[in-house]
Every structure is written in C-alpha cells, then in structure tokens.
Design a protein around this ligand. Sequence first.
Ligand code: ATP
Ligand code: MG
Length: 394
Amino acid sequence: MNDSALLTAIIENAIDGIITIDDKGIIESINPSGCRLFGYQQREVIGENISMLMPEPDRSQHDQYISRYQETRDPHIIGKGREVKGKKKNGSLFPFRLAVSEVQYEGRIIYNGFIHDLTREKNAEDQLIEYTNKLEQLVEDRTERLQSLVSELQKAKEEVSVSLEKEKELNQLKSRFVSMASHEFRTPLSSIQLSVSLIDKYSIEYHNPNIGKHVNKIKIAIGNLTTILNDFLSLERLETGIIEPQFGPIHLVKFAEEIAEEMQMVAKQNQNIIYQHTGINSMFNTDAGLLKNSIINLISNAIKYSGENTFIEFNTEITDEQCFITISDNGIGIPLSEQKHLFQAFFRAHNTGNIPGTGLGLNIVDRYVKLLNGEVEFESAENKGTKFILIFKL
Ligand code: ATP
Ligand code: MG
C-alpha cells in the first residue's frame, strides 16, 4: 500500500469526522464519520459552505471568522480546539469538540477540521447535573423538614415545660393547702376528743348504754380522721423532702412481733395474724419509724380487704444479702387491669365497694420504702388474695 492509499484508508475509517475546507469556507472533503455525524451524503455537502453544518449565530458569521483570521492571523479555533455545536441535516443540534488545523497544500491554504462527537459525554454530564440538582433539592427538602421538626419539637418542649411548671405550682399549692388544713383540723379534733372523753366520764351516772355506744362511735370516727390527717401530713412532708430516714440497727424479730401484736388488736373477728421469721440473723439496719409505718399500712390493708375467719401471714427473712418482709392475705385481691395505678395517690380499685379508705397508704409505703433504699413488689388477682413484699439490700 502506498502512502496516499494508507492515508485515505485512515481517513475513511476514522471514528472522528474529518472535513477539509478551502480558504473561502467551501467544503472540499468529508469522511464517512463526518457524514454520519451530520446526517448528510458526501455529495450533498461537498462544494457547499461549511456554515451549513453550523447553527446560528456561527452560521451567518463564519465567513467573517475566516476573513478576520486571514487578516489578523489571530486564531480563535485554529490550533486550539473548542467545544461547539453542529447542526444535522434534520435540524437537530449536537455537541462536538472541534480541532482545526491550517495546511499549506500545493500553494493553497486548506483548513482541516477534526470533529469528535460529545453527545454521549454531554448526556452523561447533563444526567450528572440533573442527579446533582435532584440530590441538592432532596437535601434541601430534608433539611427543611428537619428544621420544621426541630422547631416543632422545641415548641412542644416549651409547652411541656410550661405545663410542668404549672402542675408543679398546683401541686405545691395543693400540698400547702392540705398541710394547712390538716393542722387546722387537728386542734378542733383534739377538743372534740377531750369533750367526748368528758361526756364518757360524766355519763356514767346515767347508766344509759346508748350514750356509751355513741361515744364509742365518735371515738372511732375521730381515730379514722386522725389517721387520714396523719397520712396527709406525711404525704406533704414527703413532697417537701422534709423526711430523712435515720438508720439504726433493729432487732427485726422483736420489732415485727410487736407490730403483729398491735395489729392483732384491730383485726376482724377471728382474723389471725401469723408471724414467722426465717434466717439465723435478726439484726437489720433501717429507720424503725418509717418501716413500722409501712408494715402497719400493709397489714391494715390485709385486714381491711380480707374477711373474718382468715389468716394474714406476716413473714420476715434475712439472708446473707437481703431482707424480705412479706404480708399476704386471702382477700378480695386487686384486679389485674388496675394494678398499674396501685401506687398512685388516691387510687382505689373498683372492687373496694364501701370499704373505707383514701388511697394514700400504698403511695406512702412506696415512698418510705424508697427512702429506705428498698423496693415494693406484689402479687395479686381479684378474689385470689394479695401478697406484698418489701425487699431491702443488706
Ligand atoms: P388508705 O389511704 O386508708 O390506706 P386505701 O387502703 O384505699 O386507703 P391504699 O392502701 O393506698 O389505699 O391502697 C390502694 C388500693 O389498693 C386500695 O383501695 C385497694 O383497692 C387496693 N389494695 C391495697 N391493698 C390491698 C389488699 N391487701 N387487698 C386488696 N386490695 C388492696
Ligand atoms: Mg390502705
């Protein structure tokens, strides 16, 4: 193959389009790739002005480009290469990289253009830009949503803290009122108690059993009222943090026996409180007052919520690590669905009927036991009895 045949083969088979024009811009040759790119047959373009392959404004100005270059020799594309747009026969535009070189051939000037199609690259680039834009939009949207969520949260937080503050104030007001009222009630109650004792004393000479019966009723009512007032006061003292446990060693068995005896006196007919201790050790470090109050509360409940002719089991156990105090009865039990409220102040289960109570006992027990670093557990089911366990770490 001679040199010219080789060159022709290279040009004919080149992937890029190759077009030559003369110094007036008239197309002298175009290779098959060039034809494919612009959608023309060779014969349709040869002899035509190169501007036919360009969109506006280059199309009308190309002749001036050439003459300006020829006058000034100041190249805009020649020898540099640039990204431009081409116009296909069907009118559509496509991007390509154009490299133009100037060739002196047989005393003439020929311009040789290499056309490298950039459609795919441009599409990919456009797609990338589109993706980036979409992503940016997405990030912007998310940020906006996040910001609005944060501000909503902030608002909710503020609202909660305002209502919390209000509730705190209300609680303080309530407990201040309760404590004041309790104190104010105590004085008249004491004078009623005194007067009742005097009535009791002076009525002996009348030998009327009815007087004694009613005096007794008044005494019981005063006793109940005093208990309620005491509960109110301990609640208030718990609320204001006045109560501080004073720990000291106690002989648990003696301590429990005394309570059992005391409570046996107020038990119902034939209701037997059975006390038992397990373990060799019987010394236990606690606040005797708070613990006694808690146990009395639990045993009073056991008495109140179980019938006559029943046993109330009262057990203590000291192991190497823990102390357990258990009180169980065979009474009405606590309905499962209501157990979650058990330790809330003023809570009373629906099955208590007309058994009296304020619903403060267990709330106080729970808080006292916490002050003693212990826990309250219970097992109960309606009509199946109830078991309360106080657990303390040694
Ligand atoms: P008080 O403040 O006078 O003790 P109360 O006994 O009603 O009133 P808590 O001791 O706090 O209040 O008990 C709350 C509720 O738990 C009771 O009303 C009752 O429904 C239920 N309860 C507590 N102990 C028992 C028990 N041993 N058997 C059945 N129900 C119980
Ligand atoms: Mg009670």
